[in-house]
Design a protein around this ligand. Structure first.
Ligand SMILES: C[S@@+](CC[C@H](N)C(=O)[O-])C[C@H]1O[C@@H](n2cnc3c(N)ncnc32)[C@H](O)[C@@H]1O
Length: 230
């Protein structure tokens, strides 16, 4: 191999490693090695039909900065675009529904923030590409709020925030109704874990979890924000 090609190939390898490993310390402390795109896609292809179902719920209990969640969102949004790309309100409701079905837990706060930002960016790019200046700012704010609620800073092993108080992790179940209203019900993660990770039920039956810790009034999909849920 010529010197230039070898250097280019080493640089590429370093670039890939940089993406997969932030630091040796983080690998040692948290086992943080990110999965490369090729493997993510290959694994998601094993459940391809689920990744293309708008309402299928995914939880990644060690989501890092969102390598799996990002691809799932992209796949779901491609379906929403193909089905509803010509009708803005329907697109928005279904695209938000797609976002609401994606959940993550991550123990390192910087990864949590990166993951939320990354998913928001994916949504925003796609939404603006389709609807240009007709986009609604409040829709983007609803997405931001969904991500704040769905991608949690926590320890997936003890179901709590990684602080001394060990506040229990609480996830929201979002049900999108045909008239654009959204029902939110909160459950502790501990209650949702029954033998294996099972997040609510998305098969048309009531959640098999115990009672919600909180049940909220209906809110329009453009108004999902902290004020609406005060
Ligand atoms: C091997 S990395 C995988 C990240 C991501 N899933 C991916 O495939 O790119 C494991 C991730 O789990 C996080 N982690 C480790 N222990 C955890 C725990 N008890 N609860 C939640 N996240 C944890 C680490 O911070 C790290 O980001």
């Amino acid at each position: 191999m010529g010197t230039e090609r070898r250097i280019a190939s080493e640089n590429k390898l370093q670039e890939d490693n940089k993406v997969q490993v932030k630091s040796k310390e983080r690998v040692a402390a948290h086992g943080e090695v990110f999965t490369a795109d090729r493997e993510v896609n290959a694994m998601l292809d094993l459940v391809k039909s689920e990744t293309e179902r708008i309402d299928s719920r995914f939880l990644e209990p060690a989501c890092g900065n969102g390598n799996f969640l990002a691809k799932i969102l992209e796949r779901k949004l491609a379906v929403v675009r193909a089905r509803y790309g010509k009708e803005q309100n329907l697109y928005e409701r279904n695209a938000l529904f797609a976002v609401s079905s994606i959940y993550g837990i991550e123990i390192q706060m910087d990864n949590v923030m990166e993951c939320r930002e990354r998913l928001l960016e994916i949504f925003k790019n796609e939404y603006l590409k389709i609807f240009h200046e007709k986009y609604k700012q409040e829709c983007l704010e609803s997405v931001e709020f969904l991500l704040l609620r769905n991608v949690l800073w926590g320890n997936a092993l003890d179901y709590c925030e990684p602080t001394e108080e060990r506040k229990p992790l609480v996830f929201s179940e979002w049900s999108f109704l045909d008239d654009g209203m959204v029902k939110r019900r909160d459950f502790t993660f501990a209650d949702l874990v029954t033998g294996q990770y099972s997040l609510f039920s998305d098969l048309g039956v009531e959640s098999s979890a115990t009672d919600p810790v909180k049940d909220y009034p209906l809110v329009n999909y453009t108004d999902l924000n902290s004020e609406a849920y005060e």
